[in-house]
Design a binder for this molecule. Structure first.
Ligand SMILES: [Zn+2]
Length: 287
């Protein structure tokens, strides 16, 4: 994709279109109260699936998703309906159009069962962006430049509005390993990090001569990787044991930081990349 600029030109700042106001009088997030948080918003489509954040919570995480649906319109519709019981603050279409569904100050329902830095109420501690992409399967595709320009521009605003640290810019797969794999290995975290959005280190190249599935990491290696990933925020115990839950977390790390191969195997490239990430990060103790 083309280099991203910090101030995106993706969406013109104009009065957003307000839609789906038929239930407006009955819902707390009604259109009349859904004033866009950003001039980049091209359209407002209020979701009923919204509530106040838990007391004392503000966003410390910017959580990226893909919609995993055939069309963006269907995703926006689904994220707004009471029966879906899901929502997000924003949806970004492939042409870069940004639709806001929930005010950033409110709690949207996008993370589900999740954990990061010991916190399990990720909905109360995050802003969620759904990026339209059909998702894994035969139609999983690159995220187009126009879409990524909007992701970058909106993310920059959200990060500065809420003072979110680079280590708080995450994918759904990071906070829900084994359950979610979005936005997936085609999402260009490196490009975003190049303009100050999120943390990225160059992954250690994979040694193709090593058959990764024959690798049997020592208990010390396992504990070392567990300790580093837990210090970054991933939800796992440090016990030197390898089980499916640990493999899920390794795979989640790889999807985000070593996207060339996300197989859940602790190989030398994975160990070196985790170490590099921790060295490059500015981690405060988990609260
Ligand atoms: Zn998701």
């Amino acid at each position: 994709m083309t280099p991203l600029k910090r101030s995106g030109k993706a969406v013109p700042a104009k009065k957003p279109v307000v839609e789906n106001v038929s239930r407006a009088a009955a819902i707390p997030n009604r259109a009349s109260e859904l004033i866009p948080d950003s001039p980049l918003v091209g359209r407002v489509h209020p979701s009923v699936n919204v509530e106040p954040r838990k007391v004392g919570f503000k966003p410390t995480i910017l959580l990226m998703h893909y919609t995993g649906m055939p069309s963006c319109e269907r995703a926006i519709d689904w994220l707004s309906r009471p029966e879906s019981k899901v929502s997000s603050h924003y949806v970004i279409d492939i042409d870069g159009t940004i639709t806001q569904l929930v005010n950033e100050g409110m709690r949207a329902w996008h993370a589900g069962v999740s954990i990061w830095r010991g916190e399990t109420d990720i909905n109360s501690s995050s802003v969620g962006i759904e990026i339209h992409n059909p998702g894994h399967g035969e139609n999983y595709c690159d995220f187009p430049d126009a879409q990524m320009q909007s992701v970058a521009a909106l993310s920059s605003e959200i990060i500065s509005r809420w003072n979110i640290a680079p280590e708080g810019v995450l994918g759904h797969s990071d906070v829900a390993p084994g359950r979610k794999i979005d936005p997936g290995e085609k999402f260009d975290w490196k490009c975003l990090a190049n303009i100050g959005i999120g943390r990225w280190v160059e992954p250690e190249p994979i040694d193709e001569h090593i058959c990764s599935h024959s690798l049997e990491p020592s208990n010390d290696d396992i504990a070392h990787v567990q300790r580093l990933l837990a210090s970054y925020g991933y939800g796992l115990q440090v016990n030197g044991q390898l089980d499916d839950k640990v493999r899920d977390v390794i795979r989640a790390f790889q999807i985000h930081f070593r996207p060339q191969r996300a197989d859940g195997v602790i190989d030398p490239s994975t160990i070196a990349t985790v170490e590099r990430l921790i060295d490059a990060s500015n981690l405060s103790p988990a609260s």
